[in-house]
Ligand binder design. Sequence first.
Ligand SMILES: C[S@@+](CC[C@H](N)C(=O)[O-])C[C@H]1O[C@@H](n2cnc3c(N)ncnc32)[C@H](O)[C@@H]1O
Length: 271
Amino acid sequence: MSIDWFVIQNYYGQIAHLYDNTRPLPPEVSAKICNCILKLVKATPETKFLEPGIGTGRIGFPIIKQGYDYTGIDISEAMMNQLRGKFSEMPENLTLIQGDAANLPFADNSFDAILTTHILHCIDDPLVGLTEIKRVLKPNGVYLSCEHLHCSYQEEFFQAFNKIIAKYRETSQHKKEKISPFGEEMQQKLVEMGAEVEKVTAARWQQSQTVGELFNMYRSRAFGVCWLIEEDEFNQAIQEFKNWCDNTYKSEGIILTDELIFNITVARNWN
Ligand SMILES: C[S@@+](CC[C@H](N)C(=O)[O-])C[C@H]1O[C@@H](n2cnc3c(N)ncnc32)[C@H](O)[C@@H]1O
């Protein structure tokens, strides 16, 4: 097996109920992203979608609501249960499977459109994930690699927290974070693998949060970075992080506002 199922399932099992708050999508932004995806894949009533690492269905939900044939695969039932809970009745056009994106349980050339958001870095070898996507995508199919980027204040919090936990991580026995070989290089990887690639901005919107709200997300260990150290170390780190917040912003009530961006790397004619 290519992944540590227990570590990932355990992690997502603990944060599934908080997950959507870590990357909120206001309904109008979600609708805009949905329309952009449907246009990019030239969706028809026959279009069959696949989303490896579907999680809570943050991206797929409005597409499913429109009745498209949608299959999601994820190793965390807890994450998919959040998606199930968004419907009063399970839609007939939605299939959810617990499984591994590095070993997709589908025949070659099965889907017209495949999308992923923040999942390939979870796979031991993300290239295996991409190769699987290419295998199950129909020859004229479209692959969309989506990215919901951090804004500047989120990045500032993330960097400050990372700096604090660095000293604990030097000695920690905890599983080391994997560095994604993709990120900026996704476009190049897809070209090397034979795809025609285009980068599209699907949505830009303003987001506001108070310092206290963002700090509390860290305190409740909602982000992956909070699980890179043991619990005792985390309790010390979060106190240091509280001091950093107080020194930097003076009040938990300060409102932080910035623009968020949702980008899609589109791969077509992949052969
Ligand atoms: C960061 S979350 C992203 C969820 C969703 N795509 C989104 O953007 O809201 C990563 C998701 O990938 C799932 N995951 C991680 N490794 C996986 C694997 N090898 N196969 C399938 N799902 C996996 C996790 O359980 C989690 O639901």
